[in-house]
Structure formats: structure tokens, C-alpha cells
Ligand binder design. Sequence first.
Ligand SMILES: CC(C)(COP(=O)(O)OP(=O)(O)OC[C@H]1O[C@@H](n2cnc3c(N)ncnc32)[C@H](O)[C@@H]1OP(=O)(O)O)[C@@H](O)C(=O)NCCC(=O)NCCS
Length: 178
Amino acid sequence: MGPTLDTARLTLRLPREEDLDGWADLMADEQAAQFIGGPIPRSGAWRAMATMAGSWSLKGFGMFSVIEKSSGEWIGRVGPWRPEGWPGPEVGWALRKSAWGKGYAREAAEAAIDWVFETLDWSEVIHTIDPANVSSQRLAMALGAVNAGPTRLPPPLENFPVELWRQSREDWRARSPT
Ligand SMILES: CC(C)(COP(=O)(O)OP(=O)(O)OC[C@H]1O[C@@H](n2cnc3c(N)ncnc32)[C@H](O)[C@@H]1OP(=O)(O)O)[C@@H](O)C(=O)NCCC(=O)NCCS
């Protein structure tokens, strides 16, 4: 059910309960979870995963589960995300540490942004990023986003320091005509 995106090395599909081992691994890792709320136990990862599945159900979009084709493994979640009170229409990303440094996040984010602009009525895409999260900033920059400065997330996340990176649909399409 729902859209499936196909890239050279990845499949992006809707979250399924079988993804829990991967989600739990991502969210238990101190380094990987540092800028996405901090490490949480498997039970919390289930809730986070259910929230993402719920976004698909309620809004018709949410982050995709990212599957590495060569192994069939769940390596992370990437895609559109706009909970109540969010500062704009986001495409977000988080991968398990074992999948970093391979260009997978960029490959998945490019496919997700293409999908967003083809499918949803979004005129821009944002990324809310902690100023200390250098890897995420590098990815945003590589995608063509620019830092528009500090923003606030809605409660209960209002005390997390975040900056808002953004780019318009026109700029994205001018850079990557499809
Ligand atoms: C943010 C995050 C997704 C970035 O992942 P990433 O793997 O560094 O990002 P990319 O997909 O852009 O990969 C870039 C790296 O892959 C390397 N790479 C290897 N093969 C590549 C290929 N075929 N194509 C592109 N890059 C490739 C690049 O050289 C680069 O390496 P470098 O970081 O040593 O310079 C990852 O750090 C993460 O999940 N962090 C934890 C969760 C998080 O904080 N999320 C963001 C919240 S705002």
C-alpha cells in the first residue's frame, strides 16, 4: 500500500512493523540519536515508528522506510514530515550508523524531494537542523538548501536549538530537471 520509490541502490516504501529492529537500533544509538531527541528504548522506537505510519494514514505522506537493495535491510527513514505546529514542510532524514558515508542519505533525500514536489502541493521544502549537526548540514547544503537562521519547533521540542534550511520548488527543479 502507498507509494514505493526506486533509486539505484535503495527502495523507499511505507513503514511496516517488521522495521522495528532497524528503528530500535537507530534510536538506541547515542551518536545517531543525538540530534533526533536522544536515545530511546525499543518501546519508544515502536511509538516513533507508529507515529510515522500514522502520518501516512492521516496526511497521505510521512517519512519512507529506506531499504538497502543489496541486503534487504532497513537502513533508516527519509521523507516528508509536517506534524502539527511544525515551522514548514520538511523532508527529514536519519540513517543507522552502518549506512553513513555511502551517499545513501542523499540518494534517498533526492528521491523523496522529487516525490514531494511531484505529488504534494508544496512550494518549498525545509530541513530543521541542530546547528551542531554538521553531517546533516552538509547534506542540506549538497541538496541546495540554504540556512535561513534559527527557528522553533512546537512543544515538547521547543527547547531544541534548530535552524531552518530551505529551498523552493523552482530552485530544486532548476537544479535537477526531471
Ligand atoms: C545526517 C545523515 C543522514 C547524513 O548521512 P551521510 O551518510 O553522511 O550523508 P550522505 O548520504 O550525503 O553521504 C555523504 C558521504 O558519503 C560519501 N559517499 C560515498 N559514496 C558515495 C556516493 N556513491 N555518492 C555520494 N556520496 C558518497 C561522501 O563522500 C560523504 O562522505 P563524508 O561524510 O566522509 O564526506 C546521518 O549522519 C544521520 O543519519 N545522522 C543521524 C540522524 C540525524 O541527525 N538526522 C538529521 C536530523 S536533522
